[in-house]
Design a protein around this ligand. Structure first.
Ligand SMILES: [Zn+2]
Length: 311
């Protein structure tokens, strides 16, 4: 287990759990508490990681010893596979996120990692990205309540707004805004110092989500992956998406294949962001949005392309 995760006290009962360096599966999470009321933002990729986080939160504030409410920002496993450890809580997410809950269950991840020895270079990539997590023995624990658009909650006396900004990274991305402290937990709408990965799109929704985050004028932003940030982080992700959209469009219009477009796009400064091979997923999703007539690449092809780029 990596030992550099840490709980950041953001003041006023708000905490961020940060897992450096934010690469594949190393997601952030958070806690909003007031008095003895608590709201957890996301769980982690496996039970040991989630337990360590919950223990650190319980040490920091008695409110976290019993989590009342869990909000899952989306259905990717690195944000929800640990849900069973707070199984007594109300578990809230958007209707669209709940609908894709079972798309990539823990057993599928366990199987993929177990099979990686026979998968050549793709297997090496899979093992490097996911081999450190424990996907066995997890019981998927789905949401108990869903909402569409927006849901206002209170945690003790703190007002908390759940705002659905998807489909973008996934089908039903949710951000959590605490207006009184000007804090936003963005889930995977923001990757900081790491490359965003667009499984769903449309890209315009994701760009709008970044701008919405900036308009809320937060003082602190807890991204889905990477270090704490502020409005500049939201605008940097927007700029990446605009750049990749425009570069992919030129190549789509020129008739390049997805593979050729992925290899042809110069990432410039963005190549310094972690996991830049995610350009393969982003171009593939953009091509679909542009109306690509060719057969859509399957998951193995996409992982193959990422493995190729990551080498
Ligand atoms: Zn994530």
């Amino acid at each position: 287990m990596r030992d550099d995760a840490r709980l950041e006290d953001l003041g006023a009962g708000i905490y961020a759990w940060i897992q450096p360096d934010g690469s594949w599966g190393l997601a952030n999470a958070g806690l909003v508490s007031d008095g003895d009321a608590s709201l957890l933002v996301d769980t982690l990729y496996d039970l040991p990681l989630t337990k360590r986080m919950l223990d650190a939160m319980a040490d920091a504030t008695p409110a976290a010893r019993r989590i009342d409410t869990l909000v899952n920002t989306h259905a990717n496993g690195d944000h929800c596979f640990g849900n069973q450890l707070v199984g007594d809580a109300r578990i809230i997410t958007s209707t669209a996120t709940a609908a894709e809950w079972d798309e990539v269950p823990p057993a599928m991840m366990a199987q993929m990692v177990a099979a990686s020895d026979q998968m050549g270079p793709i297997g090496d990539f899979v093992r490097k990205a996911f081999g450190a997590y424990r996907f066995e023995g997890l019981s998927p624990t789905p949401p108990t309540e869903t909402f569409d658009g927006r849901l206002d909650l209170t945690v003790g006396d703190l007002a908390v707004e759940l705002i659905e900004v998807g489909p973008a990274h996934t089908a039903g991305d949710v951000i959590i805004h605490v207006p009184s402290t000007r804090t936003i937990f963005t889930g995977d709408i923001l990757f900081i110092e790491g490359t965003p990965i667009m499984w769903e799109g449309p890209v315009g929704n994701w760009i709008a989500a970044c701008e919405k985050i900036a308009e809320l004028d937060p003082e602190v932003i807890v991204p889905g992956h990477g270090p704490l940030t502020d409005t500049r982080g939201a605008l940097a992700v927007r700029d990446y998406l605009v750049y990749v959209r425009d570069e992919a469009r030129k190549r789509f219009d020129a008739g390049l294949s997805i593979r050729d477009a992925v290899h042809d796009i110069a990432l410039g400064d963005y190549s310094a962001w972690l996991d830049s091979e995610r350009i393969a997923v982003n171009v593939s999703t953009l091509y679909k949005e542009f109306g690509y007539a060719g057969p859509p690449p399957d998951t193995m092809e996409i992982f193959g392309l990422m493995a190729e780029l990551a080498r």
